[in-house]
Design a binder for this molecule. Structure first.
Ligand SMILES: *[C@@H]1O[C@H](CO)[C@@H](O)[C@H](O)[C@H]1NC(C)=O
Ligand SMILES: *[C@@H]1O[C@H](CO)[C@@H](O)[C@H](O)[C@H]1NC(C)=O
Ligand SMILES: *[C@@H]1O[C@H](CO)[C@@H](O)[C@H](O)[C@H]1NC(C)=O
Ligand SMILES: *[C@@H]1O[C@H](CO)[C@@H](O)[C@H](O)[C@H]1NC(C)=O
Ligand SMILES: [Cu+2]
Length: 680
């Protein structure tokens, strides 16, 4: 939620000094039209834009540079022709730059090294914040005399203070606001867990375009929570120690089991493309699964990624009310990811992929090991049966479950979001979100619950420390192409049927009544209220016995908004109103909270698009799924949260003619060094 700590600034410097990829070293030519922009492409894009906006006369910053995908039809015909041709479609970049305090949307053609279009955006809202401008803003209070006085007044040392940036949201202001950030500061002095030591009462407002303090508030003083007990580093813990385990690992006798070729990953019966984007993080494209009976790969998903995260806090007081963050659209979900640590973030047998983004000056910055890919074996059973009903014999068949996981962790300030894409041989894709990291806590005078007589909007977690109630909503963009583009959204509603004519001893049963959504309004669903199956089908493709081929959504982590519809934050986050939406495919409809999420007003985004109520039957459609957590903090979340996990699943539904892993081969017995099975 908050961003740009000193830690991150140091990381950034590190990358600038050691990891800036030189354009001249990369002559790598592109293998796939959906590959993310390479370092040299990022450098070229910014060089082209800089050339037409010389720094002598223009102030230019790059807020976002990413791949501008070729048209879907181009990609698909490239894919089906790729063995016979080597030319990839022309590469383009989409850029949002701030030029002389205006937001420009610029498309650059990399095959001609030229600007194709340059449009000034005049609507509400602002683009992604850069890491660099946040780091600069964080330093402003240190040199601001009233802030220094506030720190002195509290008896604190300025050298132990670190500040963090917070987006300001929108609360009904009529006039277009300036690009602002709010800055809150924290106290180290004996800990690295700065988030547990807020210096409450002080709010610094920064004008980003001017890069100066625009407003300053010091409204009250409460004790800064103690450093004691906030430490989470293993090296700093004192006995008695917690539980340990035996350092277990998984043996892969024949290697990793998957192949990474550029950005294309092949594993078991799956093939897909894995990209990285500063805003979305990992992007999975062109996921297809091999059908053993049909002897071919069949398309499942054209593209999927996290489109937005909405994190509203539930404290309406002056210091907290504005905390209603759009973590992807304001801070960049990819931008906030840091290198994964081998052996701990991902198991020993994982492989890693690097990611690149453009810094504020347009130069490429590398995040090494930003994504990992690994096989997951957790002792689960893929399918089994023991047959004891046949006289004279017992038949036992078991297939253990081994899945493939693609993982990225985004650390948006205090929170760590663990994003897992898990592919199963049975055709399922599981979407996992894990929340860990540090709570955003509020400093209070109370040291015991019995002292509290007012609403503190959260849980007293430790002395002087309240964990404020909040939500996390994660919205996925899922462009499913089940056996091709033209798909429909079907709700199979489970209806109770009454028997009143005594035709059966039963009084009732349930049956499935299927309804195909005709327009977008038919496909807005608040999950959990009614028993139903939710499917994306291809009405033009049938199984041998005549069912429409499809995939169904297995909902999970259901949480709807609890803010009122007229609350400004909820207007901005209209996409959380339903957990499921379906829209017709439109290349420009990507970001559920709008392209310009910072200070957005709800004028762009999923709920606005859906309100056009376009036709979606037997068309290229996009499914949007929002999972959520209402987070009531508990003391166990202090000083660092044990991971809270959630997710949902897409699962084939009459897609295959029978169990697609019927003929999955039993695994080879792996011989373990010095290990025998223990019988209990
Ligand atoms: C970058 O630009 C240079 C010259 O302007 C060109 O030779 C090179 O191919 C470009 N690289 C990419 C990846 O577009
Ligand atoms: C292969 O490429 C050609 C020309 O680029 C295109 O006309 C054709 O449709 C493509 N084939 C398929 C199967 O998409
Ligand atoms: C695609 O979406 C944009 C943004 O919602 C809209 O302006 C445009 O009209 C749409 N195009 C089509 C063909 O529907
Ligand atoms: C396996 O056992 C042998 C003999 O008992 C021993 O020398 C060796 O170190 C063991 N290897 C491992 C990996 O534990
Ligand atoms: Cu939380």
């Amino acid at each position: 939620m908050a961003m740009a700590s000193i830690v991150r600034t140091l990381f950034l410097l590190f990358f600038f000094l050691f990891s800036v990829a030189s354009p001249s070293t990369s002559t790598h030519h592109h293998h796939h039209p959906l590959d993310p922009l390479s370092p040299s492409e990022l450098a070229n894009v910014s060089a082209i834009i800089k050339r037409s906006n010389p720094s002598s006369t223009h102030k230019l910053t790059f807020q976002y540079i990413g791949l501008d995908d070729p048209d879907k039809s181009t990609v698909i015909s490239w894919l089906s022709n790729q063995t016979t041709t080597t030319t990839t479609p022309p590469r383009r970049a989409f850029v949002i730059a701030r030029i002389d305090q205006q937001s420009h949307e610029i498309t650059v053609d990399l095959s001609t090294n030229s600007i194709v279009s340059d449009r000034v955006y005049t609507g509400y809202g602002y683009p992604l914040l850069t890491l660099e401008e946040q780091a600069e803003a964080d330093e402003l209070p240190m040199k601001y005399a009233p802030f220094q006085a506030s720190i002195r007044k509290r008896g604190l040392k300025l050298s132990e203070v670190v500040c963090q940036t917070f987006s300001v949201g929108w609360f009904g202001e009529r006039k277009q606001g300036k690009r602002l950030l709010k800055i809150l500061c924290f106290y180290l002095d004996g800990t690295v867990n700065l988030y547990m030591r807020p210096i409450e009462g002080i709010t610094v407002v920064v004008d980003l375009d001017e890069m100066k303090v625009a407003n300053y508030y010091d409204r009250f003083t409460v004790p800064v929570p103690k450093a004691d007990g906030t430490e989470y580093r293993a090296s700093k813990q004192k006995p008695p120690f917690g539980p340990s385990h035996n350092g277990m690992s998984v043996v892969q006798s024949d290697g990793p089991g998957f192949k990474i070729d550029g950005h294309t990953i092949r594993w078991a019966n799956w093939v897909f493309h894995l990209g990285f984007d500063a805003r979305a993080g990992p992007i999975i494209s062109l996921a297809s699964i091999y059908d053993v009976d049909k002897q071919k790969f069949r398309r499942v998903m054209y593209k999927g990624y996290v489109s937005e995260l909405f994190v509203p806090y539930m404290d309406p007081t002056f210091e907290w009310y504005y905390k209603t963050f759009f973590d992807a659209g304001e801070f960049g979900f990819g931008l906030c990811s840091l290198s994964l640590e081998p052996f701990t973030d991902c198991p020993a047998h994982a492989e890693f992929m690097d990611g690149y983004f453009a810094g504020r000056d347009g130069q490429p910055i590398k995040i090494s090991n930003v994504i990992c890919v690994f096989q997951r074996y957790s002792g689960d059973i893929m399918w089994r049966h023991t047959e004891a009903g046949i006289p004279g014999k017992v038949i036992r068949e078991v297939r253990p479950e081994v899945n493939l996981v693609v993982r990225m962790v985004s650390t948006v300030g205090n929170y760590d979001y663990i994003i897992d894409w898990e592919f199963k041989q049975s055709g399922s894709i599981k979407f996992g979100v894990g929340l860990s990291g540090l709570l955003e806590v509020k400093g209070v005078t109370y040291t015991h619950r019995d002292q509290i007589k007012e609403n503190v909007y959260g849980t007293l977690l430790a002395e002087n420390t309240v964990g404020v109630y909040h939500d996390h909503f994660v919205t996925y963009y899922l462009d499913l192409d089940v056996d091709g583009e033209d798909n429909s959204f079907v709700q199979g509603k489970l209806k109770t049927m009454k028997i009143t004519d005594n035709s059966s001893p039963r009084k009732s049963y349930w049956t499935v009544v299927s309804e195909t959504a005709r327009t977008e309004s038919d496909a807005r669903v608040q999950l959990g209220l009614q028993p139903a199956e939710f499917l994306v089908v291809n009405p033009n493709e049938k199984t041998k016995v005549g069912n429409q081929v499809g995939y169904r959504i297995l909902p999970g982590s259901l949480a709807g908004p609890l803010l009122s519809d007229d609350d400004y934050s909820q207007i901005r986050a209209g996409f959380t109103k339903y957990q499921l939406w379906v829209t017709p495919y439109n290349k420009s409809e990507k970001w559920a909270g709008g392209l310009y999420a910072d200070q957005s007003r709800g004028g762009d985004g999923l709920s606005v698009w859906s309100s056009r109520n376009r036709e979606i039957e037997n068309k290229d459609i996009v499914l949007w799924y929002t999972l959520g957590f209402h987070h009531v903090p508990y003391q166990e979340d202090f000083p660092v949260m044990p991971t809270l996990s959630g997710g949902f699943e897409l699962r084939p539904a009459n897609f295959f003619d029978n169990n697609p892993v019927l003929k999955a081969q039993p695994p080879k017995r792996v011989s373990w060094p010095n290990c025998t099975t223990t019988h209990i």
